[in-house]
Ligand binder design. Sequence first.
Ligand SMILES: [Zn+2]
Length: 80
Amino acid sequence: MSDFQPCPECESDSAERVKFTWWGGLLGPKLFTHVKCGECGTTYNGKTGKSNNVAIALYLIIPGVIAFVAAFLFVLKGQN
Ligand SMILES: [Zn+2]
């Protein structure tokens, strides 16, 4: 009945796509097939049926790392 994997917590089949999240805006949940269980509210990857927490962490950390490296290079350049 659902296009998505059952909920990893309660095995309910009533997941719905999450359109917007605090961590990924509009794009993040699309990238990771982020869905929310209609029964218990657990959010997970609708494609794999597993938690998206690792993907979310990377999604949050990677832009920070890139910004840090860019700032570091900028500082190095300024010293020459
Ligand atoms: Zn559930």
